[in-house]
Structure formats: C-alpha cells, structure tokens
Design a protein around this ligand. Structure first.
Ligand code: NA7
Length: 543
C-alpha cells in the first residue's frame, strides 16, 4: 500500500554559486523548508570549478559581492580584482555568517529531475540513485557551467595532459617548465596565458578571434582603504540594481557621434585610465547600437593596444586595423600584461584564421603549416552558455518532455526564469535573463528577491502549482530577440548569440539590461504574477 506524504522539501535549490546561495538564504528566512544541492565539494559555483592559474573576477570590489551588511562589514579583500582562492574563501565566509551549511548538500550531483504531474512535485535524483521530492525546483547552475571542448581529431593519441580551464584538477597542474598550448583567447585564455608565460618553457596561444581586452589596473587593497570605501557601499549596491550591467555606473546618455573628437577621446581616455570593464559598460550611449560610434571606440582601443606591441605582424593579429567584430559584442576581458607576454622568447601566437588546427598528435598540435610541440593542452574554449548546465540535469516536465527537447528550436523562457511545460520550476541566472551581460551578484539578488517574493505570494494565496503561460513565454522570448536586433550583438559570432556551439540556434541568449529586467519582473509581480497559470492541487503531497 502506498502512503501519501508531503514532499521532502518546499524547494530544492541546485547550485552553490551566488544565485543559489542567495536563494537558499532568502527562502530559509521566509520560512520555507529548503535544501541546496551541488555537485562540487565546496560552495563557490564557477569559483569552485575555475581554479586555473590566474583565474580572477573582472568586476572590481565591491561590485562582486552580496549587499547584505552582515556579509560585507566584516569582510575585506586583498585585491581590487580578487582571485579564485579568495572568492572561495568569501563563499565560506558567507555560509558561515548566514549559517547555511546545515542546509547544503555538497557533492550531490543531480542526475535527473522529473515532474510528477499527478502529485505536483519534483523528484530530484542523485547519481547514486538517492531521490528527494520537492514542491519547487530552483536550478541556479549559472550560465557557464557546461564547458565546451571542440572535437579535435587525434586528442586520444596525445601523450601529454589536457584539460578545460573550468575543469582544472583540484590538485592543480604545475606549469613550470612545461610546453603549454592554450586554445582560445577569451577571458580564461588570457588569464591562464598571463600566468603560463611566467614559468612555462614554451607557451603557444592558439587564437581564432583576437580578444579586445581592457586594462585591469589591479590594486592591492588594504583594510584601511576598504573601511573608508565601505561608507559608500550601501549607495553602490543600490546603484548597481539601477544600471544596465549591474555595475556601479552605466553608459552616458550622449551619443559618441554628438560630441567632438576631443571630447570623445577624453571620455575614452578617462575610462581607459580607470581600468576595468568601464570602457564597455560606461561608454557612450550608442557604443553597442551604432556601428560608427562603435568604430570610434574600437579605433581608440586598437591604437592603445598597438602602442604596446613592437612587432607589426603580431600587432595586426592581436589588434587588427579593421575590427574583427564591433567592440563589446563579444565579452571583453581584462588583462594585466597580456600584450607584453608576446615579446617574450618563450611565448608565441598561432593565428588559426591563417593556420588552422588539423589534428592532435602524440607530442603536439598539428596545424596546416606544421606542428607545435606541447605536453599540456589547455582548452580555454568556453561554454555552452545559458542552457548547458540546465540540460545536463536531465530535467523532464509535463508528459516527460525534456528541457533539451523543449529548447531544440531555440531557447525560450518567461522572464528568463520559467519554461512552459515545466511547472513549479524557476531557474536563476539562466537564459533570457541578464546573466552573462550582468555582474553576477546583482542579478542573483534581483532574481533571488523576486523568486522568494513569488513563492511567498503563492503560499499566501494557497497555490501550490504554477506554470509559465505559453503566450507569455513566447512574448518574452520575442521581446529579447527584438531588443537584441536593436543592438550590434547579432554581428558577432559570440556565445551571447549562441554562435560558439555547433548546431545551437543563433539568438541573443541574454536580456540586455539589468535595470529594465528588474522593472519588468516587478511589473509582472504587481500585476498578480501575470503570465503564470496558478492552481491548487487536489492531492496534498507526493506519494
Ligand atoms: P569564451 O569567452 O567563450 O572564449 C572561448 C575562446 O575559445 C574564444 O577565444 C573562442 O574563439 C575560442 N574557441 C572556441 N572554440 C574554438 C575552436 N574550435 N578552435 C579554436 N578556438 C576556439 O570563454 P571564456 O572561458 O574565456 O570566458 C567565458 C566567460 O567567463 C567570459 O565571457 C566572462 O563572462 C567570464 P572565438 O572568439 O569563438 O573565435
């Protein structure tokens, strides 16, 4: 005989990065019976997995942390752009301070999650077979949790070591004296290359598209400086919710074409000197919407970078005269001495446009023009952004339909959080939300607050089932596409456009403004959670 019992939890949060940790805290505070599971051994999300040498965040202190005073008041960073080890320590501080550990199950990898239609709850299964049931499923696996490794013929014959930057072994890899090949020149490729250049016997960087990297201007931070700066933290945290990128500032209201050259260059120069991603998010109003305005920024960037490279062939590869894509339509990364390392004898660049990889051999990478000897291949080749981590969880909604099926013709989601056919599931930092375009903690708090308020509302209203309405989802998906079409983003083959993964539908996968996103979500809430069908189950609980 089967006994009817309530689900084990009101909510299961998947993922111990910023979004998941914030959700866990908020839901517990709101009185829900909630647990967090994560495959990693420790919290940190991407800062658990991305532990390659040089891995560090490119949002400056204090933008990349929670705004809760009990967290930032006692905490100090050692650098303006902290590295992964310090970020991991920060997550431990957060879990200690908020007393979250008892609600966290680390090393708990979700094998699959299945919605039980008759009982209105999710059954979440771990690799080992252990299953927990929950009314609400809240995946918070981040936009970059599924690494992408291109298929290269012969990788199985490689006699050395290889790994993806986001799957760096926990015990580390000693780069000292190694012959290192790095494939990919995104943020991860730049960071690992800067470190490898210091100690590798040889470092060869395989570049398909030049990264348009900006100066980081790293600083050592003293406690004294931070104590002074903390007076401004509440205002900064308030401000970051009101900007398009979730940073402390946003683009000017003026067009780059409305001002004279001297004024334009003075603004570019000020952003350049300040360092960080400001040249991207605090530039002229039309940086990302007008080709001509964008070209001014590109030319400024190019001239600055070329001034640091003496070899003219190299300069043309790293900072070509004509832009490879409009500036900022691929994620710029921050660099410290990236353009200088190529002057070292141990560092070289392979331009894959001119000289593509043809395969891997036992002791190196074969290209059209020859072979590059190496004993370590680092794939800094990015992620199946937005959908990869979610699809990997084998989520099945009503009728047993999988998320990968639901998304086979492209990503769709209402508010970037809910998919029709997948009741009682909301994901944080997922596709069609500002994830990817925004500073992580800002989005984590905006979405976390909204999800928690929604769950409280459902509880107060006596609803225990919700589902995104297909029309609302279609309208949201179309709106993101239209917003993208008003920008220059579609002109780049970027992960923002899903263009880095063979076969993935080309579409803008992120909502392009944090502040507009937050306002839209608030509007939906004010309107009684418009776009969600809600109901009460006849059955109380799972069997
Ligand atoms: P990214 O930004 O996706 O960068 C991946 C890099 O790998 C990029 O330079 C790609 O070149 C390159 N790539 C991808 N596939 C290949 C193949 N098949 N051959 C050669 N090169 C390839 O990932 P990151 O990890 O650096 O950064 C991810 C995000 O983390 C970043 O945007 C920040 O938000 C933080 P391409 O440009 O596609 O020609």
């Amino acid at each position: 005989m089967t006994e009817r019992t309530p689900p084990d939890y009101d909510a299961v949060v998947v993922g111990a990065g910023f979004s998941g940790i914030y959700l866990l805290h908020k839901l517990r505070e709101a009185g829900f019976n909630v647990v967090l599971v994560d495959a990693a051994a420790e919290p940190g999300g991407i800062w658990y997995w991305n532990r390659y040498p040089g891995a560090r965040v490119d949002s400056q202190v204090p933008l990349y942390e929670f705004s809760l005073p009990e967290l930032w008041r006692p905490w100090s960073w050692s650098e303006r752009f902290p590295g992964w080890e310090e970020l991991r320590a920060y997550f431990r501080h957060v879990c200690d301070t908020l007393a979250l550990w008892p609600l966290m199950r680390m090393g708990w990898k979700v094998e699959n999650a299945r919605f039980d239609e008759t009982l209105g709850c999710w059954r979440v299964q771990r690799e080992s077979g252990e299953t927990i049931s929950t009314r609400f499923l809240l995946p918070a696996v981040g936009f970059a949790s599924k690494p992408y490794i291109p298929e290269l013929r012969g990788i199985g014959d490689f006699a050395g070591e290889w790994c993806h930057t986001a799957r760096w072994p926990q015990q580390g890899i000693d780069l000292n004296g190694r012959k290192v090949a790095v494939i990919g020149t995104g943020a991860s490729g730049v960071q690992v290359a800067q470190e490898a250049a210091k100690c590798a016997r040889t470092l060869t960087l395989f570049q398909r598209t030049p990264i348009l990297a900006l100066p980081m201007r790293q600083e050592i931070l003293s406690k004294k400086v931070q104590e002074r700066e903390k007076l401004d933290y509440p205002a900064i945290f308030e401000q970051r919710r009101l900007t398009s990128g979730g940073f402390e500032a946003q683009s000017l209201e003026v067009s780059a074409l409305e001002v004279d050259e001297a004024t334009r260059n003075a603004h570019f120069e000020a952003l350049w000197r300040r360092g960080g991603l400001g040249f991207w998010y605090a530039n002229f109003a039309d940086l990302l919407t007008d080709r001509k305005a964008n070209r001014h920024a590109y030319d400024f960037w190019r001239d600055k970078v070329r001034a640091r490279i003496t070899d003219s062939d190299l300069a043309e590869k790293l900072a070509p005269f004509a832009p490879p894509h409009p500036f900022g339509t691929k994620r710029p990364s921050l660099e410290q001495d990236y353009y200088e390392i190529f002057a070292q004898d141990n560092v070289s660049l392979v331009d894959l446009e001119a000289n593509p990889i043809t395969g891997i051999e036992a002791h190196g990478i074969k290209t059209q023009d020859g072979e590059v000897e190496c004993d370590l291949i680092v794939f800094a080749t990015g992620f199946d952004a937005g959908r990869g981590g979610l699809i990997d969880m084998n989520i099945a909604g009503t009728g047993g339909r999988g998320l990968s099926r639901a998304w086979e013709d492209g990503l769709r989601a209402y508010l970037g959080m809910a998919v029709s056919g997948f009741p009682n599931m909301l994901f944080a930092y997922g596709p069609l939300s500002p994830s990817g375009f925004s500073n992580g903690p800002t989005s984590a708090e905006i979405q976390g607050d909204w999800i928690c308020d929604f769950m409280v509302w459902l509880r107060n209203e006596g609803f225990d089932r919700f589902e995104a309405e297909p029309q609302a989802e279609a309208a949201w998906t179309e709106m993101v596409a239209q917003a993208g079409a008003m920008t220059l983003f579609p002109e780049a083959d970027s992960w923002y456009m899903g263009a880095n993964i063979p076969g993935k539908k080309r579409q803008l996968i992120n909502f392009p403004s944090v502040s507009i996103y937050a306002a839209s979500c608030e509007d939906v809430a004010r309107d009684g959670y418009r776009g969600f069908a809600t109901s009460k189950f006849a059955n109380e609980g799972c069997i």
